[in-house]
Write a protein that binds this ligand. Sequence first.
Ligand SMILES: Nc1ncnc2c1ncn2[C@@H]1O[C@H](COP(=O)(O)OP(=O)(O)OP(=O)(O)O)[C@@H](O)[C@H]1O
Length: 359
Amino acid sequence: MERRTAGVTFAARLAFEDIRHAYGENQTLRGVTLTAEPGEVLCLLGPSGSGKTTLLRIAAGIERQASGRLLLNDREIAGPGGYLPPERRGIGLMFQDFALFPHLTILDNVRFGLTALSRADGRREAMAALDRVGMAHYADNFPHALSGGEQQRVALARALAPRPAVLLMDEPFSGLDSRLKDSVRAETLAILREARATAIVVTHDAEEAMRMGDRIALLRDGLLVQVGTAEDLYHRPTSLFAAGFFSEINVFEAAVANGHADTPLGPVPTPDLREGTLVSVAIRLPGVVISESGAGVPARIVARRFLGVEELVTVAVPGGGSSVDARIRAGQLRHGARDVSLTVNERDILVFENSGQTA
Ligand SMILES: Nc1ncnc2c1ncn2[C@@H]1O[C@H](COP(=O)(O)OP(=O)(O)OP(=O)(O)O)[C@@H](O)[C@H]1O
């Protein structure tokens, strides 16, 4: 009997080439070019409505793009040259609610995608997939007997059982409570690594993207803003938007004068920018250092919020107009402290030329 995924290499390259799509007047994707490399976990990150799910639906073949090409291992699977229907792509899907069929056993749920196999082969493959996620002993149970995290693992087994060349996951952990989320996420990542699957994971949570992704593709309004490792996006964001997505920041607008941009926290050198250039200076919250004695910009504490390990402090800077936020180690500042001075860690300052973008 023919294997449904026969001929497909496990761990494939999936390339989006200038993908455009619209729903009526709404331009959802405006030319996205992006490649998921074999065996990597690529996270699609972006705010609600940025086009992440649409891109995933196009990859799966549920949606057909208006223009552009989709290539699986250099073979065009959607585009002017042809269109391969979803069931022949060897691309697996795991959606947000990962709904298991309540009336089927765990084994039958996993076997569901293996209909091209003989009964015995289907059972063997499904058991192997369940074993991989540590759920083989639940094979004869029904979904309602399982916790949310266990159900998620079964859903992962179901998605991996047909050995997809690429696995697409849309907010796969959003249904789990936050305590469970961390462990299930770590387990999922380990299973993806072991299966050496290429995976594209959609999330709107930057920390989740940093935890899971070998690389992260940041989307906004249907455009790819930046793609790179977590370190690239955190340390070298190319826009104020990217900076604001990966860290909490204070933002100050300024015009470059005498090689500096003036901020309420002091002048920031801008050696590469022309005089008069309008810039946004972003200062990460943990980069604002507060002390009760010592040099720095004088400021007054206006609010403090205890957050456990850290404390969120809001200070007013005389003549600064707006307030400044800082994240400090809890207990570092005396209870009742009022007049303080501020300095800034250089590595937490980012300067962006203004081009009409907002955080
Ligand atoms: N079937 C549809 N019909 C009409 N408009 C749609 C449809 N699907 C998506 N859209 C619109 O396309 C845009 C992008 O949606 P998409 O779901 O791809 O974004 P997203 O980044 O995944 O957002 P979220 O995180 O909220 O799921 C949105 O403005 C959305 O309203």
